[in-house]
Design a protein around this ligand. Structure first.
Ligand code: 8DG
Length: 132
């Protein structure tokens, strides 16, 4: 089974809300809410992948130094094993915009239960609730 490395980030605003993005129709797990991020390319670090993805998906600028390692998900999906480091970021430039047609929502960790997420993410939500 292939291990897929995906980097994800909890963008946290001044009110302690976290940005979730809804996976668009046509993609795997469409309709579920996830942390922004994506696959780490060959030869790329997770931090560099996130800086790139945040620009592409949301139009915001972040520095690698603003990404604090927080936790990781390790989850067996049918087709691959997902290894997903989750970073926390509280500092960025710009306002997140849905540049890829995705829905965005700022959600308090204790309300994340209202937003169906991929199974890999469930343990991460509990950890965020403790942090924020
Ligand atoms: N970005 C992100 N991906 C997640 C989360 N939880 C989770 O299981 N994933 C999975 C979904 C995808 O299989 C993979 C991320 O792939 P991607 O977002 O870069 O690429 P993609 O939508 O084209 O994925 P796919 O349709 O090819 O499966 O990680 C999460 O919180 N954030």
């Amino acid at each position: 089974m292939k291990t897929l490395l995906v980097a994800a980030v909890a963008l946290v605003d001044a009110d302690g809300r976290v940005l979730l993005a809804q996976r668009p129709p046509g993609k795997s797990m469409a309709g579920l809410w996830e942390f922004p991020g994506g696959k780490v390319h060959e030869g790329e670090t997770p931090e560099a992948a996130l800086v790139r993805e945040l620009k592409e998906e949301l139009g915001i600028d972040t520095a690698e130094s603003c990404l604090a390692p927080f936790a990781f998900a390790s989850h067996g999906y049918e087709a691959f094993h997902l290894l997903m480091p989750l970073f926390v970021c509280r500092v960025w430039k710009g306002t997140p915009q849905p540049l890829e047609g995705q829905q965005l929502a700022w959600v308090r960790p204790n309300r994340m239960g209202d937003y169906p997420m991929p199974p890999a993410d469930i343990p991460l939500v509990a950890l965020l609730r403790d942090l924020l």
